[in-house]
Write a protein that binds this ligand. Structure first.
Ligand SMILES: Cc1ncc(COP(=O)(O)O)c(C=O)c1O
Length: 345
């Protein structure tokens, strides 16, 4: 079976993790601090704070922006549930926005439509590796958190994703653009990031302001640093895979946009089949290929409200094919051939 996703690990990654284990310093220290500096540099922001997950990063980003009980936060419905959970964890109410068929994230006009007196912030993901175009959100007059969980390394109108929002969050889960096993990061201005660093650690604080242990380990950071050295290689390979899929699947239509200007890093290779994807996923599985819906389920479908026509349609017709640096050309060809066969009349 060709898996849908897989981390890209080398002997050098293993050696760097082993060196930390041998050092005996396992909890947050110099490796974490170095990883934070390197990610901040890569994103072009002042400072970054490592966390135990992307979800923890989202929660702390909301908290340091002052989001709390009685506030509303606009988030897309067509995204992973982490966004909804982070907003409710700080006591705020998630207000769902419909999907944008072009960026697969949200449009600023759709966010604008959902604003109220209580809106404190919006979270805008760069969905599946495609830069969402943050520029148009500036006019909304509310803080924007850029969710870069799936798009580390993408370029949004000449600047790295993560550099334009009031804050940016990353995830380093096993199958993300680079991994620490589990982990995340909040990046942005020095003052806000210092607050994140303060809130991720409850130990020896004079006050009892709500805090939690959201720290990253030293061996996670060592793995992340080792992976970060190869991020450009990872992105180049993902783009080569996407180009190969595009060449072999051009006849199908519904392909993702090309990587022009660096805007796509293909964390996922998502096609719009224009028909329900269930039968194609089953047919691919019978041919030894694990394909998926790129979003498990839009949040509004779990909550009940109707009125999210674009998200409903994309969820029905979107297919995510295997796309990761360790996937070989022969495997790409096999997946593409299996899909063409599966869709044949
Ligand atoms: C867009 C987006 N944001 C946030 C997260 C949460 O990251 P984590 O799984 O590290 O908590 C994910 C995870 O898949 C994600 O896809």
């Amino acid at each position: 079976m060709i898996p849908h996703s897989r981390p890209t690990l080398t002997e050098e990654d293993a050696l760097r993790v082993a060196a930390v284990v041998r050092s005996g310093q396992l909890a947050q220290a110099a490796e974490v601090a170095a990883f934070e500096r390197e990610v901040a540099l890569r994103l072009g922001v002042a400072r970054a704070a490592a966390t135990s997950s992307g979800t923890a990063a989202l929660e702390l980003a909301l908290r340091v922006l002052g989001v709390g009980a009685g506030d509303e936060v606009v988030i897309p419905t067509y995204v992973c549930d982490a966004l909804h959970h982070a907003v409710t964890r700080v006591g705020a109410r998630p207000v769902l926005a419909d999907a944008c068929a072009e960026t697969l994230s949200v449009e600023s006009q759709e966010v604008k439509r959902r604003l109220s007196r209580r809106t404190r912030c919006a979270i805008v993901p760069h969905a599946f590796g495609l830069a969402a175009g943050l520029e148009s959100f500036a006019a909304l007059g509310i803080p924007v958190i850029e969710d870069c969980a799936q798009a580390l390394g993408a370029i949004d109108d000449g600047r790295p994703v993560g550099a334009r929002g009031d804050l940016a969050v990353c995830s380093f889960y096993a199958t993300k653009m680079l991994t620490t096993g589990e982990g995340g990061m909040v990046a942005g201005p020095a003052g806000l990031i210092a607050r994140v660093q303060e809130l991720r650690d409850y130990d020896e604080r004079a006050d009892l302001e709500p805090r939690f242990n959201y720290r990253l380990t030293e061996f996670g950071a060592a793995l992340g640093r080792s992976q970060l050295l190869r991020l450009d290689q990872f992105i180049a390979r993902r783009r080569a895979i996407a180009a190969r899929y595009r060449a072999r699947l051009g006849g199908l239509g519904g392909l993702p946009p090309d990587a022009a200007g660096g805007r796509h890093v293909y964390h996922r290779f998502v096609l719009d089949l224009g028909r329900p994807v269930g039968p194609a996923i089953e047919a691919l599985a019978r041919r030894g290929v694990a394909a998926r819906r790129p979003v498990f389920r839009p949040a509004h479908q779990a909550l009940g409200p109707a009125g999210y026509a674009v998200a409903d349609r994309l969820w029905e017709t979107h297919l995510s094919l295997p796309c990761y640096p360790g996937l070989g050309d022969a495997e790409v060809d096999l997946v593409a051939a299996a899909l063409v066969e599966a869709l044949a009349p």
